[in-house]
Design a binder for this molecule. Structure first.
Ligand code: HEC
Length: 193
């Protein structure tokens, strides 16, 4: 440490001075960064669970993993982060994931932007809204693109054993017929202000 020139300490201290000022000026930016970090953890944890189940037992076993772990993963991360986290879509597999009005509007807007050629992965929305009961909520949504891996269970040609298991668990399943790059849904995060 003694070998470092004095200007190094000044430079090293700068980000600490700048960042808190910045977040006080615009709490929306700080909350958005927090929401993105929680969403990344959510996304990575879900994908890890999916990939592990696919590797160890194949798609039919992975369906059970999605069915049983998606809810608890969101609940655990909500407790750890203070954010409500969910996934929703215009074409649902799990009917409990139905979008609320903000999510429905966001999904429709993202679908329109994607159909005009915008890259799905880049679509996000940040808003502060007032609920019917008067609570102010910070809302963040990020588009979920359909990747190659997803097509096994959400694509156009689903193998019969996979399809049979999906039908048994989700008789109302609408979440099929996707192509790589399509908008599959959104991550939706919220927190009261
Ligand atoms: C092994 C089969 C399988 C694969 C592969 C798969 N999913 Fe799913 N997906 C499911 C199941 C089962 C559910 C319902 C989970 C539940 O009960 O909440 C689901 C639900 C979802 C939902 C929640 C909304 C809804 O329709 O219920 C989204 C969004 C989603 N999947 C996106 C993806 C994406 C993106 C990929 C690729 C990274 C992917 N899925 C890969 C089986 C799969």
């Amino acid at each position: 440490m003694s070998r470092l020139p004095p200007w190094f300490l000044v430079l090293a201290g700068l980000p600490l001075l700048v960042l808190p000022l910045h977040s006080e000026e615009d709490p929306k930016i700080a909350l958005q960064a927090e929401a993105k970090a929680a969403m990344t953890r959510y996304s990575v944890t879900l994908q890890q669970a999916l990939k592990e189940a696919m590797a160890s037992g194949g798609p039919v076993v992975a369906i059970e993993a999605c069915n049983q772990q998606a809810g608890p993963i969101a609940a655990e991360l909500a407790q750890a982060s203070g954010w409500t986290l969910r996934r929703t879509s215009l074409k649902l597999r799990n009917p409990a994931a139905a979008p609320d009005p903000f999510e429905q509007e966001t999904l429709a807007a993202f679908a329109a932007r994607a159909s005009q050629g915008e890259t799905v992965a880049g679509l996000s929305r940040t808003e502060i809204i007032t609920e019917a009961d008067g609570r102010r909520m910070f809302r963040f949504a990020q588009a979920i693109p359909t990747g190659e891996l997803c097509l096994t269970c959400h694509g156009t040609e689903i193998k019969s054993d996979i399809s049979a298991r999906l039908q048994a668990l989700y008789p109302e399943d609408q979440a099929v017929g996707y192509k790589a790059g399509d908008l599959r849904g959104i991550f939706s995060l919220s927190r009261p202000l």
